[in-house]
Design a protein around this ligand. Structure first.
Ligand code: ZN
Length: 173
C-alpha cells in the first residue's frame, strides 16, 4: 500500500474524473493554505484514484477540487505534491500523451526531457521530485492542469488541427 493514505475515518474514495468541457479544468487552481484534515482526505482520494491501472497522474481539479495538488503513479510509485512549482526544465522529448479528462485521445506532445518540481507534502513538509522521460512529462502535464491548461493546448500545426477535429466530434458532436 505504498503511498496510499487513509482518512481519519479510515475510508478512501475513488473519485469520478471531470471531462473536457467542465469549466473546473479551465480554471487556475488556488494555492493550498490550510494543511488540515480536508487536505489529507483530498490527497488520499487523489492517490487512490490515480492508483488504478493505466493512470500516471491526476490533478485535484480533475476530481472537481480547484486546489494546487496532484498525485502520480509511476511504475507503482504513488505520491503527491502540494503547491508544486517547476524549478528546472531541460532538454526535449516528443511522445504520445493522453489525459484522463480526454479519454481515448492521444497526441505527440513536445515537453522538456528533464524536470524538477518543488513543493510540499500534505503535512507541509518540503518535497522535491525530479526525473526524466515519463516522470518529467507527468510533472509538466499536471502542473499545466493546475494552471487551467490541457495537453491539447500544447499541440501545434497538423496535430492541433487533428485534435480540434477529434474534440469537436467527440464532445460537441
Ligand atoms: Zn491530464
Amino acid at each position: 500500500m505504498a503511498g496510499v493514505t487513509l482518512r481519519q475515518d479510515g475510508t478512501v474514495a475513488q473519485r469520478p474524473i471531470r471531462l473536457f468541457g467542465d469549466p473546473v479544468l479551465r480554471t487556475r487552481c488556488d494555492a493550498v493554505v490550510a494543511f488540515d484534515r480536508a487536505l489529507v482526505s483530498l490527497v488520499a482520494d487523489l492517490e487512490e484514484t490515480v492508483s488504478a491501472p493505466g493512470r500516471a497522474g491526476l490533478a485535484a481539479n480533475q476530481i472537481g477540487v480547484s486546489r494546487r495538488v496532484f498525485a502520480y503513479n509511476l511504475d507503482g510509485w504513488v505520491g503527491h505534491l502540494v503547491n508544486p512549482v517547476i524549478e528546472a526544465a531541460e532538454g526535449e522529448q516528443e511522445e504520445d500523451e493522453g489525459c484522463l479528462s480526454l479519454p481515448g485521445l492521444w497526441y505527440a506532445v513536445r515537453r522538456a526531457q528533464y524536470a524538477r518540481v518543488g513543493g510540499v507534502d500534505r503535512r507541509g513538509r518540503p518535497v522535491v521530485v525530479e526525473g526524466e522521460g515519463l516522470l518529467a512529462r507527468c510533472i509538466q502535464h499536471e502542473v499545466d492542469h493546475l494552471n487551467g491548461r490541457l495537453f491539447v493546448d500544447r499541440l501545434s500545426g497538423s496535430a492541433r488541427k487533428q485534435a480540434m477535429r477529434d474534440l469537436r466530434e467527440r464532445y460537441i458532436g
